[in-house]
Unconditional design. Structure first.
Length: 107
């Protein structure tokens, strides 16, 4: 499977009229004598490349979190008990052995 990265750069991409523009603020800087570099940013959830969940338009529509949870539960429910057990063991090992890094799991 070939993957294509269609991500837009957040700070330079078009913003829907009326939505707040992405902003970043340097809170501290090593160059300015601070112990670390620290940046805060804010943006609308609809900036850049994103998914609009049904909840965006429908009062009782599903959120992205609900869609992902439903999809994961469906896929996991289709696995054999042995496979579910191995997945659980693997996830527990990854969580226990990781050092706070990002984890991406494709099922
Ligand atoms: Zn949107």
């Amino acid at each position: 499977m070939k993957l294509y990265d269609i991500s837009q750069e957040v700070f330079s991409c078009a913003v829907y009229p009326g939505d707040p523009k992405p902003e970043r603020q340097v809170l501290s800087s090593v160059d300015a004598g601070s112990v670390c570099n620290l940046t805060a940013f804010s943006m609308c959830a609809h900036n850049g490349t994103h998914i609009d969940a049904p909840f965006h338009f429908l009062h009782h529509g599903k959120s992205v979190e609900q869609i992902v949870t439903d999809g994961m539960q469906t896929k996991i429910s289709q696995m054999t008990e042995d496979c579910q057990s191995k997945l659980q063991d693997t996830l527990q090992k990854i969580i226990n052995d990781s050092n706070g890094g990002m984890i991406c799991i494709i099922i």
